[in-house]
Design a protein around this ligand. Structure first.
Ligand code: RRO
Length: 312
């Protein structure tokens, strides 16, 4: 069974990896994801130039019945140099995605200049969609700001770069973001980040479940699957073929992975369910995916990718 993918000259022996933010803040966590026999790559926690403690706790909550999660972590990370040190030391055949999320355009440009000048030979993910830093809007909801930063980035940046997008909810917005992204030599697009600014209430206490921003936070897990699939499908239909898609959102079963691939995902990331279940989730999901493919008589994901049917 061929459960593989490629982005430019990077080959992935498995299509699953962690979603940025989950199991990737420390070197030990990154090593755990890399060591799994069922991951094709690892992505680092989105870095800022300096270490951040993030928002006050409680800042993460799992809903009952595995409905999903809400988080307002606030970009806790060990700082750019820590992750640069990790990728410089690491000997591995698996591709590494270095994720960055500056709090300003200048932060992002500074980190990208350092990545460009470094020996790092993996992929870079520019996170334009963190919903949880008080006072900072999600850049990728501002189409002009998104195009402005990418225009500046590609005056000097030559390494394989992708962007992590927030979910869009309007067909015109799919058209607008895709038209903008198609102007640039992007290697990939990762869709979706959490659905920003949801609100979850504890029925026993009539209280919000997380402290930052009076309870507002990013939603992940089961409840975001339909939105994630819509974004993967809409962007696959609109982006240039050479811009690969990482599908993220609502993956708790092998069927969810299959659905992302049907919609056009090349790689599939697991966030909430990795947090809930731990590193064993990758073996379970890949096994379930392989069973579905075998039952349908497929021998390769290439026979499935983008093959979603519509009603005629
Ligand atoms: O750290 C976070 O609060 C966070 C980030 Br940077 C992100 O991109 N998405 C998310 O759900 N949480």
């Amino acid at each position: 069974m061929q459960l593989t993918a490629a982005i430019q000259n990077f080959n992935f022996d498995h299509i699953l990896l962690n979603a940025a933010g989950v199991m990737c803040q420390t070197k030990a966590e990154l090593d755990t994801v890399l060591a799994s026999n069922y991951t094709g790559a690892v992505v680092t926690k989105s870095a800022t130039p300096a270490l951040r403690e993030g928002n006050p706790t409680p800042r993460y909550y799992e809903m009952a019945q595995n409905l999903g999660t809400i988080n307002s972590m606030g970009l806790p990370n060990a700082g750019f140099d820590y992750y640069m040190d990790y990728v410089s030391q690491k000997q591995t055949d698996k591709p590494i995605f270095f994720s960055i999320a500056g709090l300003s355009k200048q932060d992002n440009l500074d980190m990208l200049r350092q990545l460009e000048a470094s020996d790092f030979d993996g992929l870079i993910e520019l996170n334009l969609s963190c919903p949880n830093v008080p006072g900072k809007p999600q850049t990728a909801y501002d189409f002009e700001a998104t195009e402005a930063i990418l225009t500046e980035v590609f005056t000097f940046f030559t390494k394989p770069l992708g962007v992590k997008l927030p979910p869009y909810f309007d067909i015109v917005h799919f058209d607008m973001i895709a038209a903008s992204l198609n102007k640039f030599p992007l290697a990939f697009v990762n869709t979706i980040n959490s659905i920003g600014n949801g609100l979850v209430i504890d029925p026993e206490t009539d209280t919000v479940v997380i402290k930052p921003k009076a309870g507002f936070g990013g939603l992940g897990g089961t409840i975001v699957k339909a939105t994630a699939l819509a974004n993967v499908r809409a962007l696959r239909d609109r982006l240039r073929d050479d811009i690969k898609i990482i599908g993220t959102g609502g993956v708790t079963t092998g069927r969810d992975v299959y659905d992302h691939v049907l919609c056009g995902a090349d790689l599939v990331e697991v966030g909430s369910q990795l947090a809930v279940e731990g590193i064993g989730v990758f073996e379970r999901l890949e096994t379930e995916l392989a069973t579905i493919l075998a039952e349908k008589g497929f021998t390769s994901l290439d026979q499935v990718r983008g093959q979603l049917k519509t009603i005629v």
